[in-house]
Design a protein around this ligand. Structure first.
Ligand SMILES: [Zn+2]
Length: 429
């Protein structure tokens, strides 16, 4: 945890000299306030984009320099070359959506240094849909590829019905987050490839339409579902680019290709839906307002209270399953952090860890279970006072106490050990 952007070395030890710390005091102060002040939110996001943009440039310069010096000096090369293998992001998730950092992920992943990526996400969320969407935002906006990883991803392992029962079916978040959740779920279910999921689409669209007047700046100019939906897919873009487009209202295919060459990382153009969204003038305008119009941001950031109806809960269950399938198909790996998750998710027993719902190979033979590729990790071993041996032992002991056959448990643990080697960013030369 912590506001940080961390480099992973070959031994998976954090490299202190390149650890970039955020401002915890400011962040904690922000958490305690209801945010309806659009100006502050906009200013902070602009600052974050600038700060992380320049820090990622420094990282690339460092890697370039290491590569250059390594050519001249074998001893230097042995010590430093190829030691930085990946990047990691960990932060309070509220107000730090993955789309905000996605440009630097795309840039760092496309350097000749070929850094792998992990992202601690879906751990700390106001609503389950919000946590699931944050996980998907990493896949959608950060150009995730096979062998990249998600840290925690607790939202994937939470039992949806239980979750809403515990919350007394209350949905408490910002209005903007709620509407984003609705359009995002629509997209997931529309593209699921399962025709039965289409039964939920009218409900989701109707829910958006029911609330859309709440985000309209002018009474007779309400945002349509399709424009808001398209605008969602522009969130990975650097909005500063949109300012540079000036008054260019009509953008055609040729312009689009030109922009993607001009701004290869600032635009999320490798995503299959990006082009359609970008060519939609209204969607671009909504995204500009979302990035720079304090009145509009104020409307989006107003507190929202809703009820999780049966159909809403059914949607979330299907969306969670679709997201698991997407992760499995994309060969994205999940870092489970037992002690960290137990403490942060306020669980009283290791057996209740959401990660244990993500993979049951060797434990149960259920054919309906989606076994996601997980590995066991420490998260931050000094903060959580743990080590890998302890983490494996806790999981093993919890399963045996639960009554699983010991041979099955050992086979399960062994499969996790093998997985951790497969998932490693360090590839044998
Ligand atoms: Zn973490």
């Amino acid at each position: 945890m912590g506001s940080s952007f961390t480099l992973l070395s070959k031994k998976n030890k954090k490299i202190d000299c390149l650890f970039i710390e955020g401002d915890d005091a400011i962040r904690d102060e922000k958490r305690d306030k209801k945010r309806v002040d659009g100006t502050k939110w906009i200013r902070e996001n602009i600052e974050k984009r600038q700060v992380w943009g320049s820090k990622s440039n420094k990282l690339i310069e460092t890697l370039d320099k290491i590569a250059e010096l390594s050519k001249k000096d074998k001893k230097f090369a042995k010590t430093y070359q190829g030691k930085i293998v990946g990047i990691d992001t960990a932060n309070y998730e509220k107000d730090n959506r993955p789309y905000l950092y996605s440009g630097l992920y795309r840039k760092l992943k496309n350097t000749p240094h070929k850094l792998c990526a992990t992202y601690h996400v879906g751990e700390d969320f106001p609503t389950l849909t919000n946590g699931l969407r944050a996980i998907d935002e990493v896949l959608t906006f950060c150009e995730y590829q096979p062998n990249d990883r998600l840290g925690h991803a607790l939202a994937l392992g939470i039992q949806v019905v239980d979750y809403y029962q515990k919350k007394r079916k209350n949905i408490l978040c910002s209005l903007g987050d709620y509407l984003d959740d609705i359009v995002w779920m629509y997209g997931i279910l529309y593209n699921s490839g399962q025709s039965e999921d289409h039964q939920y689409l009218d409900y989701l669209k109707g829910t958006f339409d029911h609330h859309r007047q709440l985000i309209s700046l002018k009474e007779n100019n309400q945002i349509s579902f399709s424009d808001y939906y398209d605008a969602y897919f522009l969130k990975g873009d650097n909005p500063d680019i949109y300012s540079n487009l000036g008054k260019q209202d009509i953008i055609d295919d040729t312009d689009y290709i030109r922009f993607t060459k001009l701004y290869p990382y600032q635009l999320n153009h490798k995503h299959p839906y990006h082009k359609k969204a970008f060519l939609n003038k209204m969607a671009r305008s909504i995204y500009m307002d979302h990035s720079y119009d304090s009145d509009f941001v104020g409307l989006l950031n107003q507190p929202f209270k809703g009820t999780a109806t049966d159909i809403f809960i059914a949607c979330v269950e299907r969306v969670q399953t679709c997201l698991k399938n997407k992760i499995l198909k994309g060969r994205i790996y999940i870092e489970a952090n037992p002690t960290s998750n137990k403490k942060i998710a306020y669980l009283d027993k290791y057996i209740k860890l959401p990660a244990l719902n993500l993979n049951h190979r060797y434990l149960d033979d259920s054919k309906t279970m989606i076994n996601l590729p997980i590995s066991i990790n420490t998260d931050d071993s000094s903060i959580f006072q743990t080590n890998l041996v302890n983490e494996y032992s806790m999981v093993c002991a919890a399963l045996i106490r639960e009554g699983y056959d010991s041979q099955q448990v050992y086979d399960y643990i062994e499969s996790l050990v093998i997985a951790s080697n497969v998932h490693s960013f360090i590839k044998k030369q």
